[in-house]
Design a protein around this ligand. Structure first.
Ligand code: PAF
Length: 301
């Protein structure tokens, strides 16, 4: 696969060459060249600390597109003042190697000052969707996510962008903003990748002590309990499902539930009865670490 002359850095990748770049201008020029050559651009935005979940998105992008761009940017505007922006795991060399081995063609790692230059004033808010669930627990989080995603999409100009189902609210919100702002691309949401014991892969799992790590799969067990109540026992009362999740998580002393809800998978509106496409998102603290997970159920009767 031929790749363009590189003013920054080009490394051999599993399938060709991977260009690593930080300059937004270079990213824009490269996207233009790809498009002029008739390439289809797949894009996987990340904050680094890559794990199998991210790599599955890169592999899926390679099935959907002829060029895959991965971005690496720990976005300060989506972290609250008391959150983990400073200590968020950063290992750009390892990330570059993993992205390359998964077959990425371009690694775009802009600097904070290039994304938010002095005097920066413009933010994107997706009304309603950004202030419930994670948005209620983390005020301003989705404003930061929506803003950076729009900026990154403008630079990378992908035909398709890929997100993980683990961050279900984020995926729903991004689909909505793409529709509302008429951004010309497809959004592909890919299944959550799990450890063998069911724990959803997350960069924040790295914070867990061995005891906390052993306790954390209770989130998955709680969701499986909820799923089984809906699918096998035909339970349709949302309140009962939330109770089952609470009971399951309460049995694990290292884990404290932040929220468990039953909402419409398209609009995030709370549901009393379980029917249609239903999202059950949960969030919990495991020590100082906040973890999220969810399940989507399609209930016809
Ligand atoms: O899901 C993430 O890693 C981030 O929220 C994203 C989409 C890369 C925006 O910073």
């Amino acid at each position: 696969m031929a790749i363009l002359a590189d003013p920054e850095r080009t490394q051999k990748s599993g399938e060709g060459l991977m260009e690593t770049l930080t300059s937004p201008e270079r990213m824009r020029a490269l996207a233009r060249e790809f498009r002029a050559q008739g390439e289809r651009i797949g894009y996987v935005p990340t904050m680094g600390a890559l794990h199998e979940g991210h790599l599955s998105l890169i592999r899926r992008s390679k099935q959907l597109a002829t060029r895959t761009v991965v971005s690496l940017f720990v976005n300060p505007t989506q972290f609250g003042p008391s959150e983990d922006f400073r200590k968020y795991p950063r290992n750009p060399e390892r990330d570059a190697e993993l992205a390359r081995l998964a077959g990425a063609d371009v690694l775009y790692a802009p600097r904070v000052g290039d994304v938010y230059p002095p005097g920066y004033r413009t933010y994107v808010a997706v009304e309603g969707l950004g202030t419930t669930l994670e948005g209620a627990s983390r005020p301003g989080h989705f404003r930061g996510v929506a803003t950076v995603v729009v900026k990154l999409l403008n630079r990378v100009a992908p035909h398709v962008a890929l997100f993980g189902q683990k961050d279900a609210q984020q995926a729903i919100l991004i689909k909505k903003l793409v529709r509302d702002l008429e951004v010309d691309l497809e959004i592909e949401v890919c299944p959550t990748v799990r450890e063998e014991d069911g724990l959803a892969m997350s960069s924040r799992n790295a914070y867990l002590t061995p005891e906390q790590r052993r306790a954390a799969p209770v989130l998955y067990r709680a969701l499986k309990r909820a799923e089984s109540a809906v699918v096998r026992e035909k339970e349709r009362r949302a309140e009962r499902i939330v109770d089952l999740i609470r009971e399951t998580v309460a049995a694990e002393p290292y884990v404290s539930l932040d929220y468990a809800e039953v909402v419409d998978a398209g609009t995030l509106a709370p549901l009393e009865r379980i029917e249609g496409s239903v999202l059950i998102p949960i969030a919990a603290r495991v020590g100082a670490t906040r973890l999220i997970d969810n399940v989507i159920l399609k209930v016809e009767e």
